[in-house]
Design a binder for this molecule. Sequence first.
Ligand code: CP3
Length: 380
Amino acid sequence: MTVRYTHCVTQPHPSQPEPSQPEPGKQPGSPFVRACRGEPVPYTPVWFMRQAGRSLPEYHRVREGIAMLESCTRPELVTEITLQPLRRYDVDAAILFSDIVVPLRAIGVDVDIKPGVGPVVERPFRTASDVERLRPLEPGDVPYISEAVKSLVGELGGKPLIGFAGAPFTLASYLIEGGPSKNHDRTRAMMYGNPELWHALMGRLAGIATTFLQVQAEAGASAVQLFDSWAGVVSPEDYRHAILPHTSRIFSALAGSGVPRIHFGVGTGELLGLLGEAGADVVGVDWRIPLDEAARRVGAGAGGKGGKGGKGKALQGNLDPAVLLAGWDVVEPRARAILDQAKGLNGHIFNLGHGVPPETDPDILARLTDLVHEVSAAAA
Ligand code: CP3
């Protein structure tokens, strides 16, 4: 194992000089950013959703006695946890350690993260007066985010940092249901039954997500990912009317930041074209659809017929996270198959179809990272 980054929480890092690239922190020449833009790469870049966190024993050690949302407000701890997976894996990007509910908590929403459960909201959102509780996010509400991103850009050298936010639908689900939900019934009920309230809520959440992403891009993040993890529960027709206008607004607002924008959801096979239409540069794909079929749906194939403006979009994905638990003999052929399906895409970033399961053996991810690099470099 190569130890590349020696930063440690017990050694506060001095303020960093700006890197020498023309756009500090944006890493336009990195394989990850190039693949996001559909430019040629020497090998397929790879990172893993939830690469930091519960699958790593060193994460459990530094988090001991510190609540999840509290840990997200400590830049030194955020820096350390973000870098932990990079000491184990030769991944092509880091993702900021934070959570989608951090900006909600920052504006005073009574949300907490219960260990083993997820985000829980004390007073769920049901009425217009609940929506009034969502004031706009100001950059000054999340100083620890800018500070953590700046510290990480210094630590990462040439490696890109991905910033992220929760998309309006996924955030709305936690607010309306009051916690994690299997079917998101109350959320869809509000969407169908009270469009005015729905759009008011979604509009405010879109504003919050936009500011949260802009703060990260301005502090030096090289790319941003919008997680609409639970959007797969709606039909394409409802997605178009009830969700797309709000996600489109977020991606348009980020266009000027110059960083690639990634759009991801789970179970979104039927929505892939719409996820691309919302304006992202890269569409994340879960494991239910092979990448070549996903490319047809997004209009992402070489030559890029589909997508807005006729430009093809890159794809990110899509190994089933459960494959990681089935042993290396299962991981290897499936990873090779994904690289095969990705041939001819207008940009591919290897990833899982969703987050790393907590029980994952980190050595499997280390081997997988190297395999993706070796196999794709040989084919390039
Ligand atoms: O490495 C990374 O990917 C960055 C870290 C990250 C976290 N949350 C840290 C976290 C990211 C990208 C998120 C985003 C997030 N949070 C999403 C979108 C991504 C996805 O998985 O679809 C969602 C839906 C959430 C909401 C949320 N927060 C859930 C479902 C959970 C898990 C609850 C549990 O314990 O099973 C959380 C808590 C959370 N966020 C943890 C971490 C490391 C675990 C908390 C802990 O360690 O105690």
